[in-house]
Design a protein around this ligand. Structure first.
Ligand SMILES: N[C@@H](CCC(=O)N[C@@H](CS)C(=O)NCC(=O)O)C(=O)O
Length: 320
């Protein structure tokens, strides 16, 4: 699947890494700089970038659950007129993400790039590492500010409020402890849990991971029996972080990643919760099932060699 090494693209470098025991290992994102209202440094301590309208550009894939978080936060914070977006082609092969035209693809405004790796090269001509989405790009300095979705949603949550963004706080100070605690569990066991099950290359590792994933879903199902959202009755970033995995669950993780002990629709509370979030104003437009299914089933040839995309499932996401 390929990656950049000293600024040069290598087609054949393995992107999906598993260790000697057949366990999937996710690498850390490398650009962790922050946009702040006044340009001061953010929580990572690296230099800050000043929030200005039309200065930042977001690169996403509709397929990607991490990029979907960023797209949702941009939408619900009312940042669409301030932060522009490009969407890559769902099919990712030897050259990584591309801007190959297709329904839903939005080309790159910076250099009309053919490949997303050109954006990473522009930001750092000697970059080594994965070329992933989402990417928050500074059009003024022509560099990548941040390529970690967990950071990007927090930047969107706070940095642009004084410029007219919606001031709802998805990470209020008094709930930070609870949000972080549930995020940690959801990240390891659900968001990344589906990948750990799906990319396992040994039977016992797969079984261990799929068991942990469903134990976690059982726990969440119970939690949502007595409260509307993950942290009480307050909608927070924790919900959006979980949502992007849940909305993909039956369409790709259940079949393609073999997370099939149950369908999400068999969990009444989780399914209702997924529909509530899907029907939140603006959110449905950030979910493109065609890109999601095409990406997973066609791009991971090690799991699905013929690239056949299943016809179903039919999902009814109307809220009753
Ligand atoms: N930790 C990153 C992970 C992003 C990520 O893994 N994105 C995937 C798509 S779902 C990607 O672009 N993979 C390409 C690659 O790793 O080469 C984040 O949350 O932003």
């Amino acid at each position: 699947m390929g990656l950049l090494v000293d600024g040069k693209w290598h087609d054949d470098a393995e992107d999906i890494k598993s260790d000697a025991e057949g366990r999937f290992i996710r690498k850390e994102s490398q650009f962790r700089r922050w946009v702040t209202s006044d340009g001061s440094a953010g929580p990572t301590g690296d230099r800050g970038f000043k929030a200005e309208p039309n200065r930042y550009h977001l690169y996403v894939s509709y397929a990607c659950p991490w990029a979907n978080r960023a797209l949702i936060m941009r939408k619900i914070k009312g940042l669409e007129d301030m932060i522009s977006v490009s969407v890559v082609n769902p099919y990712r092969e030897n050259k990584g993400w591309t801007f190959e035209p297709e329904d839903g693809v939005v080309p790159d405004p910076v250099m009309d790039a053919t490949y997303l790796y050109q954006i990473y090269q522009k930001a750092d001509p000697s970059y080594s590492g994965r070329v992933s989405v989402p990417v928050l790009f500074d059009l003024k300095e022509e560099t990548i500010v941040n390529n970690e979705s967990a950071d990007i949603i927090r930047i969107f949550n706070t940095a642009f409020n004084h410029l007219g963004a919606d001031d709802y706080d998805y990470r209020p100070d008094h709930l930070v402890g609870e949000i972080d605690a549930i995020n940690e569990k959801v990240y390891h066991e659900v968001n990344n849990g589906v990948y750990k099950a799906g990319f396992a290359t040994k039977q016992d590792v797969y079984e261990e991971e799929v068991t942990k994933l469903f134990e976690s879903l059982d726990m969440l199902e119970k939690r949502l029996a007595s409260q509307k959202y993950l942290v009480g009755d307050v909608l927070t970033e924790a919900d959006w972080r979980l949502f992007t995995t849940l909305i993909r669950f039956d369409s790709v993780y259940h079949g393609h990643f073999k997370c099939n002990l149950k369908r999400l629709t068999e969990y009444p509370n989780l399914w209702h919760y997924t529909k509530v979030l899907y029907n939140y104003p603006g959110v449905a437009e950030t979910v493109n099932f065609k890109h999601i299914k095409d990406h997973y089933y066609k791009s991971h040839k090690n799991i699905n060699p013929n690239g056949i995309v299943p016809a179903g499932p039919e999902l009814d996401l109307t809220l009753d």
